[in-house]
Structures are given as structure tokens and as C-alpha cells.
Design a protein around this ligand. Structure first.
Ligand code: EPU
Length: 292
């Protein structure tokens, strides 16, 4: 039986997590590891399973709020290049789970392949995007998936084809610990046409979202047929703050943080929004962000 000591060369103890997240708040990970190969990752995960040590995967940190007390067990980050490879064959693009979604989009466009450009401006990794079925008004990542190869919390690797996967609004059946890689089926399109489309999307995003501030993107899912941002604005909450966390004046479904913010500030603001929107409109807002 292996022990965590066998991985001491890649394990950091009490690693602060705030700087790995876009909100820049939260406490440390008891153990933090950046495996350098799939084999090393698989062995570490299997060891944690045997030893009953909790394991979490940190993606791009853009949709994540870490509690101020931090997290026990191991936090994994797929920062090694082997987890971020992107390759193109015909109209199929294969990307590592640790690749940035923005890199997947730009490599697809370079290859004259369209589809994923609708995800322009969404931060984070390919694995995170698949787990939460990232998307926007133009569609979501799930509609392009051909297959996903995952590593389970027990350390097993397997591949699921598109007909064995399901994607819903901000939710998917890709719930295993790690996405190792995924294949996307795209369509041939002229690169300059795609670049033009991307420009328009960026202009739209910049004018409606607080992109220059620290945020985790939208905090709440849109309730069916409604807009969380519009409800929060109509409840008169834009600009409301708790400590160093504030409801964005630009888009009410964004909470922005300053350097004095804590996770507790963000959580209190989340609760305040939920209570006010529930009182005023009878709607329960469900967080979109992951809270550790
Ligand atoms: N609105 C307001 N006040 C606000 C914000 C929005 O009245 O403060 C209104 C807008 O005027 C518009 C409607 O609400 O009529 C919808 O707003 P928007 O077009 O900004 O889209 P959204 O539904 O708020 C969704 C995604 C975003 C994605 C955009 C654009 C969710 C929760 N959000 O936002 O995704 O970028 O569409 O595609 O589904 C994210 O998931 O983190 C995210 C930012």
C-alpha cells in the first residue's frame, strides 16, 4: 500500500489557495499537488483512495470560492504541459482537461474550425467547462462533445462517448474527479469569419460584464425563463457590499472583490442576495459557483 509520503516531491503542505482563484479569497489546502504525468496523477489519486484522503481538483479557479478555513486533504492542479495538449485531426479537436478553454477556442479557429467560438470570454479549463457545461446565450460546450476520458476518484481511467453523456443548463454527467481529455466535433469555417464573430462577442461582454474586476463570473444560475442579474438589479441590490465584496454595478449577477475581501464577505453577500430576491420575487437563486 502506498502512502502520501511517496509523493513528497510533488506535495506542498498548507498551500494558500486564494491566488489560484479569480476571487482571490479563501484559505489553504492541507496538501497541494501538481502531478507531472498521467501515471503520477493516477498513482496519487489511487493512494488517496486507499488512505481515504479527500481529493479535489482545482481547474482554472474562475468559478470557485474557497472557504476562509481552507480545505482538508489533497488539492490537485493539472498545470503540467501533458494535461494541456491540443491536437486537430480533420474536424475533430482533442484537448487535455487542463488546457485553457481560451486556447482550445483559438487553436480551433486557427485550424478553420467553428463552433466553440460561442464560448469566447469564458475563463477556466476544458475540464471545468465540461463539468459545469459552460456556455452563454449562443449555446454551451456540451453540444460539441464527441467523447470524454476521465480519471475516477478510485484511480480508474475510462472513456465515454457522446451518447453516454448528458449536458443540461450549467450541469453535466461529467462528474468524475478528473477530465483527462475530450474530443470535440467542429465544422469547417473560414478563420476570418470566426475571428469577426469573436470580436463581436468580446465587445458585447466588455460592455455588459465587469471583466476588469476580480470576480467569479456569474454567481447564480439563471432560474428557468428568468435572469438572475435582472432580478438582483430589480431588488435594488447593485452596489451593495459586505466588507470587501460588492455586487457589480455593471452586471448584478457578478460579485467583485477587493484586496480586503474574505470568503466570509462573499458568502454573506450571497446569502443577502438570496434572501432579498426570495422575499421580493419568491424566487430561490441557486449558486453557479463551486464552494469548497
Ligand atoms: N440584466 C439586468 N441587470 C443586470 C444584468 C443583466 O437587467 O445587472 C438583464 C440584461 O439586460 C438582459 C438579461 O438580464 O436583458 C440577461 O443578461 P445577459 O445578457 O448579461 O446574460 P445573463 O443571462 O445574465 C448569461 C450567462 C453568462 C454569459 C452571458 C452571455 C448565466 C448565469 N450567465 O448571462 O455566463 O456570459 O449569458 O452569453 O447563465 C457565467 O456563467 O459565469 C456567465 C457570466
Amino acid at each position: 500500500m502506498s502512502s502520501l509520503d511517496d509523493f513528497s516531491d510533488i506535495l506542498k503542505v498548507d498551500e494558500p489557495l486564494a491566488d489560484y482563484t479569480w476571487l482571490k479569497v479563501g484559505g489553504p489546502a492541507q496538501y497541494f499537488a501538481e502531478p507531472q504525468s498521467v501515471e503520477q496523477l493516477q498513482n496519487l489519486v489511487a493512494c488517496c483512495h486507499e488512505q481515504e484522503v479527500p481529493v479535489r481538483l482545482l481547474g482554472g479557479g474562475s468559478n470557485l470560492l474557497v472557504r476562509d478555513d481552507g480545505v482538508s486533504g489533497v488539492v490537485l492542479k493539472l498545470s503540467a504541459p501533458c494535461f494541456a495538449e491540443i491536437s486537430v485531426e480533420g474536424t475533430t479537436v482533442t484537448a487535455g482537461g487542463g488546457a485553457l478553454l481560451s486556447n482550445l477556442i483559438s487553436e480551433s479557429i486557427k485550424a478553420g474550425l467553428g463552433g466553440l467560438e460561442i464560448l469566447t470570454g469564458i475563463p477556466g479549463t476544458v475540464g471545468g467547462a465540461l463539468h459545469g457545461n459552460a456556455g452563454g446565450r449562443g449555446g454551451d460546450i456540451g453540444q460539441f462533445v464527441k467523447s470524454v476520458t476521465v480519471l475516477t476518484a478510485k484511480g480508474e481511467i475510462f472513456t465515454r462517448k457522446e451518447d453516454e453523456l448528458s449536458f443540461e443548463y450549467r450541469k453535466s454527467s461529467v462528474n468524475e474527479l478528473v477530465v483527462l481529455n475530450a474530443e470535440f466535433e467542429l465544422a469547417n469555417e473560414a478563420s476570418d469569419e470566426l475571428t469577426q464573430r469573436i470580436r463581436k462577442l468580446w465587445i458585447m461582454k466588455r460592455s455588459t460584464q465587469p471583466l476588469s474586476h476580480q470576480s467569479a463570473g456569474c454567481i447564480f444560475k439563471n432560474p428557468r425563463g428568468l435572469s438572475a442579474g435582472a432580478l438582483i438589479e430589480q431588488a435594488g441590490l447593485k452596489g451593495t457590499h459586505v466588507g470587501g465584496a460588492e455586487i457589480s454595478e455593471r452586471h448584478a449577477n457578478f460579485i467583485v472583490t477587493n484586496e480586503k475581501a474574505t470568503t466570509d464577505d462573499v458568502l454573506r453577500l450571497v446569502e443577502l442576495i438570496q434572501a432579498k430576491v426570495s422575499d421580493r420575487f419568491g424566487v430561490d437563486l441557486e449558486p453557479e459557483i463551486n464552494i469548497w
